[in-house]
Design a protein around this ligand. Structure first.
Ligand SMILES: [Mn+2]
Length: 374
């Protein structure tokens, strides 16, 4: 029997912090399409259950489009059992809305609450598995692990949403004390909340895993994204991460030491992107690093506008440092030389540190050479 483990879709996310309005809207639609696509994958691969380990929605507001799409995708796939455990972001009335539309929740859509709930899932190949979950909150987070009692003779999957003590999430999720879940008969602990995929050993018997979000949403969610496929047979349980994101987000460092011409810098970025595997469909943040000549001006907006048509989203961050050889200015009679010597005196007197001095010199020289693009 195959089971899909997904989480953290964050449908209806705003996304406008990192993306333009139009791109954000497009990505919102892509996230929604991703939910349908995962279910489509499950159907075509013959998966019999989908575990949604929390944060299916991003906030209490659920758009009509998202509601319609999720409900019709679930009702249209009665051959797949959906296990939906709410996360800290699932504040909306999705379950209530689903129930009121359909009269009652369909048999193949199963939910959890703050107490442990177990369901039996029997595969068409005869394999049987117990799926147990509970929604963590402030009241039950401490006592939850001790109250979990599983049948050791059964194959057990446990669902939770929260952060392990050693992996920090981006917002305050409840803590899952992993060690408290050891030696409890768990074969696979399906987790949600952390957006990067993780598969680790839980104890001598089981594993725990964050499948991660299926699509990165911003530059803090770089790298491959997808979901897990769990395969259960009479010999045991196996898990495999399947990269599935439509677009991958990259944060690459581009060393432009010694370059000054924008065209050379653009070419260097394109070469680095190619080496890092960035494709035209992807989102890329290029961080420019290295030492550049003191009077080199990096035309970030121009570079971005040249690269923008070649990738889905481009962000340029300038973290280069100016190369300053104070000896070059000892006998420089120009205003530039005078300025550098002035800052050098402050540096020598201990009024400035090396880094601040070089920043002041870079700013000043850019002004003196008449470029306002700071
Ligand atoms: Mn969460």
């Amino acid at each position: 029997m195959k089971i899909i483990h997904t989480a953290d879709l964050h449908l209806d996310s705003n996304l406008e912090r990192n993306l333009s309005k139009s791109r954000a809207e497009e990505r919102r639609n892509e996230l929604l399409a991703m939910f349908r696509s995962i279910v489509g994958y499950a159907a075509s691969e013959g998966a019999e259950a989908i575990l949604i380990a929390g944060d299916l929605f991003d906030a209490s507001f659920i758009s009509r489009t998202a509601l319609d799409a999720v409900i019709s995708t679930i009702t249209g796939n009665p051959g797949i059992t959906f296990y939906y455990l709410r996360g800290n972001h699932d504040e909306g009335a999705f379950v209530e809305e689903f129930k009121s539309r359909a009269g009652k929740l369909p048999e193949h859509f199963r939910t959890f609450d703050e107490n442990w709930t177990s369901y039996e899932q029997t595969g068409s190949d005869g394999t049987r598995i117990t799926i147990t979950g509970a929604e963590i909150n402030r009241r039950n987070s401490v006592t939850l692990a001790t109250s979990l009692v599983l049948d050791n003779d059964r194959m057990n999957i446990v669902l939770l949403h929260g952060q392990t003590a050693d992996i920090k999430g981006k917002d305050d999720g409840e803590i899952i004390p992993i060690r408290d879940y050891r030696n409890k008969g768990i074969d696979y602990l399906a987790l949600g909340h952390i957006h990067a995929p993780v598969i680790e050993r839980l104890d001598s018997r089981g594993m725990y895993s964050y499948c991660g979000c299926p699509e990165g949403r911003g530059f803090d969610e770089c790298g491959e994204r997808g979901f897990n496929v769990i395969t259960v047979d009479h010999d045991g349980l196996g898990v495999e991460f399947v990269p599935y994101a439509k677009r991958v987000i990259y944060d690459i460092n581009v060393d432009i030491s010694g370059l000054s011409d924008s065209e050379d810098i653009i070419q260097r970025i394109k070469d680095s992107a190619l080496n890092s595997g960035v494709c035209s469909k992807d989102l890329m943040k290029a961080k420019l690093t290295g030492e550049i000549m003191i009077d080199t001006v990096i035309h970030k907006e121009y570079i971005k506008s040249v690269l923008e048509p070649e990738y889905y989203v481009v962000k340029i961050v300038d973290e280069t440092r100016p190369h300053i050889d104070y000896n070059d200015f000892t006998n420089d009679a120009s205003l530039k030389g005078e300025y550098v010597r002035l800052i050098k005196e402050e540096l020598d007197a201990g009024n400035l540190d090396e880094e601040t001095a070089s920043e002041i010199i870079q700013c000043g020289i850019r002004l003196l050479v008449g470029d306002s693009n700071l």
